[in-house]
Design a protein around this ligand. Structure first.
Ligand code: 13P
Length: 250
């Protein structure tokens, strides 16, 4: 089955509402329907304005996180219902900056994924190992555990509607991307793990690579058979570079 490449910009905690709107306008103009399916994930305070800007363009709206809780007394949290109401199609769950920096567990990530799906949002579930884990030869085991946690929660058929993002932590924001062959080996392993539960889900699920993707290295990564696009941090804050990355998808 052909999987349409997807390129997602994770803007992280950057910019003002006005800057986000300007960036969104430039991204939408720069893409004009070409290349991969595209989405941008601005910070929460910018979602409404960026949603207005990208409405009706080929660029979809996503959020960077979602509460694991249903609406109610959870100060500071943002529910899946609220994100859906703002026009989000996508939501990132389990980014390593939340797993390692904010103590999110596999169980939390799974609960967020379930909440997103219940509200009609498509989760982008992040997995990936630290440098220490890779150097200790534990990368495959760590990522397998993270993938299993997603499968145990959502179920293998449900995973078909999700996107998995492999983001080796040592490659995030370091300028040191995984070699395409190494990323491909991990992506193939993730797909094989999903196939043990459902070959249909494994065929259709899109697996993105993230970690220092830029306009120079994207084509080499995206040419790999199990790399279905990218989750882009730093380079997504430049509309020209982001458009070039989207055009690098086969
Ligand atoms: P960089 O592209 O800045 O390495 O960030 C990757 C990332 O964390 C995307 O979610």
């Amino acid at each position: 089955m052909a999987r349409r490449p997807l390129v997602v910009g994770n803007w992280k905690m950057n910019g003002t509402v006005r800057e986000a709107a300007e960036l969104a306008r430039a991204v939408a103009a720069g893409l004009a329907g070409e290349g991969a399916e595209a989405a941008v994930c601005p910070p929460f305070p910018c979602l409404a304005e960026v949603g207005r800007v990208v409405d009706g363009t080929g660029v979809a709206l996503g959020a960077q996180d979602v509460s694991r809780h249903r609406p109610g007394s959870h100060t500071g949290e943002v529910s899946a219902e609220m994100l859906h109401d703002l026009g989000c199609r996508w939501v990132i769950v389990g980014h390593s900056e939340r797993r390692t920096g904010l103590g999110e567990t596999d169980e939390t990530v799974r609960a967020k994924l379930d909440r997103a799906r219940e509200c009609g949002l498509a989760p982008i579930a992040c997995v990936g190992e630290t440098l220490e884990q890779r150097e200790a030869g534990e990368a495959d085991r760590v990522v397998r555990r993270q993938v299993d946690a997603l499968l145990d929660g959502a179920g293998s058929e449900a995973v078909a509607g999700c996107v998995v993002a492999y983001e080796p932590i040592w490659a995030i924001g370091t300028g040191r991307n995984a070699a395409p062959e190494d990323a491909q080996a991990m992506h193939r392993g993730i797909r094989a793990r999903i196939a043990e539960r459902s070959s249909a889900a494994a065929d259709s699920v899109r697996i993105l690579y993230g970690g220092s993707v830029n306009d120079n290295n994207a084509a080499g990564l995206f040419a790999m058979p199990d790399i279905d696009g990218g989750l882009i941090g730093g380079a997504s804050l430049d509309s020209g570079r982001f458009a070039a990355i989207c055009r690098a998808a086969p």
